[in-house]
Design a protein around this ligand. Structure first.
Ligand SMILES: [Zn+2]
Length: 345
């Protein structure tokens, strides 16, 4: 009997050898030495068999624990740098492909907006971006649209249930600029601001009309300002922008916030008035609205309309850019198509 127990000790000291455990791993639990011990069981009586079996199982448990500990130690991984753009523990051919910065470019509308503002900066204007959500006072009331006036119908846009408005024109900024600019007038300086921004219309979308587009508004107020200043300012801008001499005429129009009001019409920069598909073979292109600021709009901002006069205009940036680059459909600007955008990169 003792001989058999000493066999367990012999097998135990052999199998617990760290080198052997490392090379054999869990196969050691099925090794012939261990199985050989079990074969002695059938030669024993019931009492000894229970005792001997318990000893073998103890050895097996002990070996399993040693193997568990060895495995836990070996699972330790290299630390991961969570701020790295790639997982360094992954093979380099499995790294995600990062986009090259040359794949993106500035949107043509933004490039041209910068060009437009640059010209006005050089003419002495400052710029203030219009808001994309505004209120009824700035959209209508401050611009001489009384409540329920039918002229409001021409500015069909979107409104939230709480009464906030997605502005249909950048003129929403006029009252703010006039109120802030009053101190400039007191100091003897003019108010000269351009107001670029995004505007929204409830529009039947087609090649010439979008529900979302950009406008550049401009206002100029000082003593003795008249329509001649308006025409010369805008003619200077257009000739600078299109790098050519242009004819500009004003057609009578109606806006509640200017009096008199006009629509700009300029000679077609593509055909020099000979007629082409850009100008619908008329030689002329309608570009936007303008006029002398209505005395009520000045009064609403606390400016004395007997002393000061001014002009204001608004034109669509999209249309100006379409004419510059010969773009036939306004919807290209919002479509996000790379074939279109890459032409301007
Ligand atoms: Zn033309």
């Amino acid at each position: 009997m003792d001989y058999k127990y000493s066999q367990i000790q012999e097998v135990a000291s052999k199998l617990k050898d760290p080198e052997l455990l490392k090379t054999k791993g869990r196969a050691i639990l099925r090794s012939p030495e261990l199985n050989g011990l079990f074969s002695h069981l059938k030669e024993m009586d019931a009492n000894n068999r229970a005792e001997f079996g318990k000893e073998i199982n103890n050895l097996k448990t002990e070996l399993t624990e040693i193997l568990d500990n060895m495995e836990n130690e070996s699972i330790q991984l290299d630390p991961i740098d969570v701020t790295a753009p790639i997982d360094k523990n992954v093979a380099s051919d499995k790294h995600p492909r990062l986009l090259n910065s040359s794949h993106g470019s500035k949107h043509p509308l933004m490039t041209e907006l910068d060009n437009i503002l640059d010209i006005f900066y050089r003419m002495g204007f400052t710029a203030l971006e219009s808001r994309q959500v505004d209120d009824d006072f700035h959209m209508f009331e401050s611009l001489n649209f009384p409540e329920d006036h039918p002229a409001r119908d021409d500015y069909d846009t979107f409104m939230t249930t709480t009464g906030l408005i997605a502005p249909a024109h950048t003129s929403t900024m006029q009252n703010r600029v006039l109120v802030d600019g009053k101190k400039l007038l007191d100091e003897g300086s003019p108010i000269a601001s351009v107001l670029p921004g995004r505007v929204f219309r409830n529009e039947d979308v087609d090649a010439r009309h979008g529900h979302t587009f950009y406008q550049v508004e401009g206002i100029y107020v000082d003593k003795g300002i008249n329509t001649g200043h308006l025409i010369s300012t805008f003619k200077t801008f257009l000739e600078e922008y299109y790098s050519q001499e242009m004819e500009l005429i004003l057609q009578p129009f109606y806006f509640p916030f200017t009096e008199p009001s006009f629509e700009f019409v300029l000679s077609c920069p593509f055909c020099q008035k000979n007629g082409c598909n850009v100008c619908s073979y008329s030689g002329w292109i309608e570009l936007g609205g303008c006029g002398m600021i209505h005395p009520n709009v000045l009064k609403m901002a606390g400016i004395d309309s007997d002393i000061y006069t001014g002009f204001a205009w608004g034109f669509g940036v999209d249309r100006l850019v379409m004419m510059k680059h010969g773009i036939e459909d306004i919807r290209h600007f919002m479509a996000g198509k790379l074939e279109f955008l890459r032409q301007f990169s």
